[in-house]
Design a protein around this ligand. Structure first.
Ligand code: ADP
Ligand code: VHF
Length: 365
């Protein structure tokens, strides 16, 4: 078994472990995880927990039915969250700090910095941050949507070196073992390419959300930022014994060598685009081959509504090839698209610069 070492980890625990019967909290699988957290902290390591399960933990309290409405799920989450936090808190003799986040909180630079500061201060004070999505204030379209991606965002903002996803399966297989009993186990993934994405199916139970698909998305976000991801079976106590001995159970996703800077990570993964700039052949070559800025002359159409300084997708033909912060709003760009930069001032009556998206504010996807 390979060695597995880390210093600051986000540990994500799925609903199937928090509320295995899908109706209420249980400690059945949490004790080995809690013991591992305690032992790791005693060695000077830092842990942030991302815990799912509020909906499942509150389900039994809100007249259980198979397809609850969004408001019913929000009510389940509000009740279940307190049960879930209490369930964790009684396993530790240090403080737990509850952090409830939405997708918007990661996309907004000020909130992002506040999340970072709060996490750092909790860790400095030896508390255990426990993160979940704030289900009360978001509907499906506005959610991160699954706690695997929420855990990846948390790992990025916390500058963790490791994400450990505790699921109800040993790790990644070449097919969903629940559908295909002869599926083969994959202990290590060096590069997350489209073939790896294709292996992943959806949730295996009605309690979980996203299945292996969202776990691979999370691992990819982390890998691009130099963070290793390990998927393990949180139902098996021996997994945490192995981890405590610096052994590697489960599937390990190796981080990319070319680590993004914190700003690039934010641009690439957390900032939400408000519009799209469609570009021509020349601009596509300049961006891809020369790492150039995007000039108004290379833009053929402007979609969406955005203000100066907001993020936009950059599309060539049918593919989004880059993302960046645009110096002009959509109405200004509609006037200067296709024009030479020295015409900007004449057309608009002012100029915010000769480029539409500066290469320092641009990431290739
Ligand atoms: N290629 C695959 N390898 C392993 N598991 C897979 C694969 N494709 C889909 N799955 C499913 O993903 C499930 C785990 O995800 P999920 O049900 O969302 O649980 P969690 O609560 O841990 O997030 C597994 O139980 C399995 O059925
Ligand atoms: N905020 C929701 C998250 C649900 C979720 O992502 O579940 P899972 O796939 O088990 O991690 C909850 O706590 O129920």
């Amino acid at each position: 078994m390979s060695q597995f070492t880390w210093q600051r980890a986000v540990i994500k625990v799925g609903s199937a472990l928090i509320a295995p019967d899908g109706k209420a909290c249980s400690s059945q699988f949490l004790l080995p995880i809690a013991q591992f957290i305690v032992a790791s902290r005693a060695q000077g390591k830092e842990v942030i927990l991302v815990s799912s399960g509020s909906v499942a933990a509150g389900r039994g309290k809100i007249g259980y039915k198979h397809y609850p409405s969004i408001a019913e799920k929000q009510a389940m989450a509000a009740i279940g969250q307190t049960h879930m936090m209490a369930n964790w808190a009684r396993l530790f003799d240090f403080d737990c700090g509850q952090i409830l986040l939405t997708s918007d909180d990661f996309h907004n630079r000020t909130r992002y910095v506040n999340i970072k500061n709060t996490l750092r201060e909790l860790l400095r004070n030896n508390a255990l941050p426990i993160v979940n999505e704030n289900d009360t204030v978001v509907i499906n379209e506005l959610k991160v949507g699954d706690n695997d991606n929420l855990a990846a965002y948390t790992a990025l903002v916390a500058q963790a070196d490791t994400l450990i996803i505790c699921s109800d399966i040993d790790g990644l297989y070449d097919a969903d073992p629940r559908q295909n009993p002869s599926a083969k186990f994959i202990p290590r993934v060096d590069e997350i390419d489209h073939k790896i994405h294709q292996l992943a199916g959806g949730a295996g139970t009605s309690v979980g959300t996203g299945g292996m698909r969202t776990k691979i998305q999370a691992a990819e976000k982390c890998a691009k930022s130099g963070i290793q991801t390990l998927i393990v079976n949180g139902r098996k106590p021996e997994v945490f014994e192995q981890l405590a001995l610096s052994k590697q159970p489960g599937t390990l996703f190796i981080p990319s060598k070319n680590r993004d800077s914190a700003r690039t990570q934010w641009l690439r993964h957390t900032l939400r685009s408000k519009g799209t700039l469609v570009i021509d052949d020349g601009a596509q070559k300049a961006l891809i081959n020369k790492g150039a800025s995007l000039l108004p002359s290379g833009i053929t159409s402007v979609l969406g509504s955005f203000k100066p300084g907001e993020a936009v997708d950059i599309r060539y033909k049918d593919q989004i090839i880059a993302k960046g912060l645009c110096l002009y709003g959509n109405s200004e760009l509609a006037q200067i698209k296709g024009q030479r930069s020295d015409k900007i001032e004449t057309i608009l009556g002012y100029s915010s610069g000769e480029v539409a998206v500066h290469r320092d504010d641009l990431v290739l996807l």
